[in-house]
Design a protein around this ligand. Structure first.
Ligand code: NAD
Length: 336
């Protein structure tokens, strides 16, 4: 029988994980939780997901015409594993409930690394999560960094990574974040948390990072400079990246994040999601033993396939990470 997955927190990440899990033949969504009867609750109902709500909010939903399957506690009791997609620093308050009900749990990158003994990336450390009870799938930026640093380190050895991240100010549906017109040093004190976060997956990597928030909602942009231990050419790196399962080499006249999103729309992708790292092919250069390139990261979607793989590892459905990655990619249309 299929693994029973619950989604606690049905926002930007939660709704995408729900749809991705629904595409798998070895797992199924038994329910999603909503705290308010808003438009996301409406689409969840239209898609046929069982909706659960906090016990004291169920009345508000039924008054609006929703059929509620039960409380969030009821949903957790039904599940083999819960994917916690509540806002950053909220997920930690659910840990006691998951422990009490003896259910496995995945948290997202907005939680502290201490929430779970394992931080997860499908390519770099899948095996660490085999059979694990608690795992944190790292943030969109950390996922994007791991996907390029891991294969470079395997092939050439990484001496030192320097990355500057131009971060999107808020997601497209977010009406509270900003800036509207500024470049914000966030944080002003260096390094940013992104470099240290990569070390939760690959502790031996020497990396430093800086981050700037910009008035855009589409994607993050990484400016990378990597010193390698062994010599290689720009073509070597382009070939290495092109062969990875979750890197897309962006060309065809694209030189901006907005064009990548338009490309995603033209490809007919759900919610114009670009699940792969989008490496600008022409930017890849090697100078005096140092590699430079730009990559864009679609913050709303790159961690979604990683959540599916994390479920597969934790539930011991597949031991080989490349097989899980291939299965997830094929089901979602990643790499097409
Ligand atoms: P979001 O605000 O879009 O969605 C969170 C959802 O959880 C909302 O629907 C909210 O109503 C609901 N919620 C709030 N409190 C709840 C509770 N106590 N119980 C159940 N549901 C509750 O947030 P998001 O962007 O999807 O982020 C979720 C997590 O994923 C965070 O840790 C975040 O850092 C991480 N993440 C976000 C992005 C991104 O770009 N949006 C990328 C990668 C990782």
């Amino acid at each position: 029988s299929k693994v029973k997955v619950a989604i606690n927190g049905y926002g930007t990440i939660g709704k995408r994980v729900a749809d991705a899990v629904s595409l798998q033949d070895d797992m199924e969504i038994i329910g999603i939780s909503k705290t308010r009867p808003n438009f996301e609750a409406k689409t969840a109902a239209m898609k046929g997901y069982n909706i659960y709500a906090p016990a004291d909010k169920i009345d508000a939903f039924t008054k609006d015409g929703y059929t509620i399957a039960g409380s969030i506690e009821d949903m957790i009791k039904e599940a083999d594993i819960v994917v916690d997609c509540t806002p950053g620093k909220v997920g930690v308050s659910n840990k006691a409930l998951y422990e009490k009900e003896g259910v496995k749990a995945i948290w997202q990158g907005g939680e502290s690394k201490d929430i779970a003994p394992i931080s997860f990336n499908s390519e770099a450390n899948y095996a660490d999560a085999l059979g694990a009870d608690f795992v944190r799938v790292v943030s969109c930026n950390t996922t994007g960094l791991c996907r390029v640093i891991y294969p470079l380190d395997q092939k050439y050895g990484v001496e030192k990574v320097r990355v500057t991240i131009v971060r999107r100010g808020g997601d497209p549906g977010d009406i509270k974040s900003g800036p509207i017109d500024a470049l914000v040093l966030d944080p002003i004190k260096l390094p940013s948390h992104h470099g240290p976060d990569v070390k939760t997956i690959m502790p031996h990597i020497n990396i430093t990072s800086a981050a700037i928030k910009a008035p855009t909602s589409f994607m993050h942009l990484h400016v990378l400079n990597i010193q390698l231990k062994e010599e290689c050419t720009a073509d070597d790196v382009k070939n290495l990246f092109a062969a990875r399962p979750r890197i897309q080499m962006i060309a065809d006249g694209i030189s901006a994040t907005a064009q990548i999103i338009e490309f995603g729309r033209d490809l007919g992708r759900p919610r114009n999601d670009m699940w792969e790292n989008c490496v600008f092919k022409e930017s890849v250069s090697v100078d005096d033993g140092e590699l430079y390139f730009f990559q864009a990261i679609h913050q709303e979607s790159d961690v979604i396939p990683e959540n599916v793989d994390a479920i597969r590892a934790m539930m011991s459905l597949e031991k080989d990470n490349l097989k899980s990655i291939e299965k997830t990619n094929k089901s979602m249309g990643i790499g097409l």
